[in-house]
Design a protein around this ligand. Sequence first.
Ligand code: ACO
Length: 150
Amino acid sequence: QAALPKGYSIRPLANDDYERGFLDVLSVLTVIGDISKAQFLERFHYLKAHNHEYFTLVIVSPEDRIVGAGTIFVERKFIRNTGLVGHIEDIAVDKNQQGKKLGLRIIEALKYIGAQTGCYKVILDCSKQNIPFYEKCGFTQKEYEMAWYC
Ligand code: ACO
C-alpha cells in the first residue's frame, strides 16, 4: 500500500470541504460550473443519504486544503447472481501535487471499498494518456467506451 506523504490524510468528503477547495481540485477534470455552497450541500446530502453506494474520498494537505479526490459508485445488478459492480469516477489530483502517489493512494482506497462492499469487479473509463497510471494501480484494459451526449 502506498503511504501518504507526511502530514497528508485521506478521509470521506465532509460538508465543509467546499471551503477547502474540493471543487477547485475537480477542475483538473473538466468544466465545473459556478457551483454555490447550497448546490454543493444538496449534492453532498444526497450522497450521504446513499452512503451504501456512493463513496467519495478526499486527500487533505498539511495546510488543510483538498488536494485529491475520487469516487466509487456501487451498482446493483441482476446478473452474476445479483452481483455488485464498482464504478470509479472523477479521480483528480491538484496540478501542483501530482506525482506524489496521491492518485495511486486514492485508487487503492477506492478498490478496497469496492472489495469490502462485495463488488465482483471495479471498472472505470479513462483517456489513453491515463492508461499507464491505471495499469500501475492494478487495472487492465478491457472493452471500449461508448458515449451519447444528451
Ligand atoms: N503516464 C504515465 N505514468 C503515469 C501517469 C501518466 N499520465 N500519471 C501517473 N503515472 C504513474 C506515476 O509516474 C507513478 O508511477 P511510479 O509508481 O512508477 O512512480 C504512478 O503512475 C502513480 O502516480 P501518482 O503519483 O499516484 O499519480 P498522481 O497523483 O499524479 O495522479 C492522476 C494521477 C489522477 C491521473 C492525476 O495526474 C490527475 O489528476 N490528472 C488530471 C485529471 C485526470 O486525468 N484524472 C483521471 C480521469 S479518469 C477517471 O476519473 C476514472
